[in-house]
Design a protein around this ligand. Structure first.
Ligand code: SF4
Length: 173
C-alpha cells in the first residue's frame, strides 16, 4: 500500500504559501478537550509529524494546565532530540527572490528597497569555502519562495555545497 501523500489542506497544488481561509478555519474552532490535546501531544512525543489540524488543536488549547502540558512536552521532546547543547548554523543566503509577502521579512515581494540577487554556482562555492575557512561547520542555505528556486535548483545547490567541504548544509526559506 502506498504511504499517504503530503497533507495539502493549507496549500492546494502547492500554489499558495498558505491558504489563509483554511488556516483561519483551523485555528478559529472551539477550544479542544483535554483528551484531544493529550492525544496530539502523545503523537508528537512519539516523534510523528503532526497534521495541520493537529497543530491547530495545540494552538486552540486555552486552559492553563493544558498549556503547561504543551510546554512540558515541548521541553521533553527538545531534550530527547537535541540534548543539552546549542548548535549554531551560519546562514548562507542563496537568493532573495520571493513571491510571498511576510511583513517581517526583507525578502517580501512588496519591499521596493530590496536588491534582488541569486548567487551563481561559482559564487556559492566561494562563499562556502570562505565560511569554512572562518571555522563554520554547519550552514543553513536560505532561499525565498519563488518559481526560480525549484526543488531541482535547491537540490543542485545542496550538492554543490556538500562537494566543497565537510560542512553540514540544510535549506530553508
Ligand atoms: S523569504 Fe520566507 S519569510 Fe521572507 S517573505 Fe518569503 S516566504 Fe516570507
Amino acid at each position: 500500500m502506498n504511504a499517504p501523500g503530503p497533507d495539502r489542506t493549507l496549500s492546494r497544488d502547492f500554489a499558495d504559501f498558505v491558504d489563509e481561509a483554511a488556516f483561519l478555519r483551523l485555528i478559529g474552532g472551539d477550544a479542544p478537550d483535554s483528551a484531544r490535546v493529550r492525544d496530539v501531544l502523545a503523537k508528537s512525543l512519539a516523534k510523528e509529524p503532526l497534521e495541520p489540524a493537529e497543530a491547530a488543536v495545540l494552538l486552540r488549547a486555552g486552559a492553563p494546565e493544558l498549556v503547561e502540558e504543551i510546554f512540558d512536552a515541548a521541553r521533553r521532546l527538545k531534550r530527547e532530540v537535541y540534548g543539552r547543547r546549542i548548535v549554531l548554523f551560519a546562514p548562507l543566503y542563496i537568493g532573495n527572490l520571493c513571491v510571498n509577502d511576510c511583513g517581517y521579512c526583507a525578502f517580501r515581494a512588496s519591499n521596493p528597497d530590496s536588491v534582488r540577487r541569486t548567487l551563481s554556482p561559482v559564487e556559492v562555492e566561494a562563499q562556502v569555502a570562505a565560511l569554512e575557512r572562518s571555522g563554520h561547520k554547519r550552514l543553513i542555505l536560505v532561499f525565498g519562495e519563488h518559481p526560480r528556486y525549484t526543488p531541482e535548483f535547491i537540490a543542485d545547490t545542496v550538492r554543490r555545497v556538500a562537494a566543497v567541504g565537510p560542512a553540514t548544509a540544510r535549506s530553508g526559506a
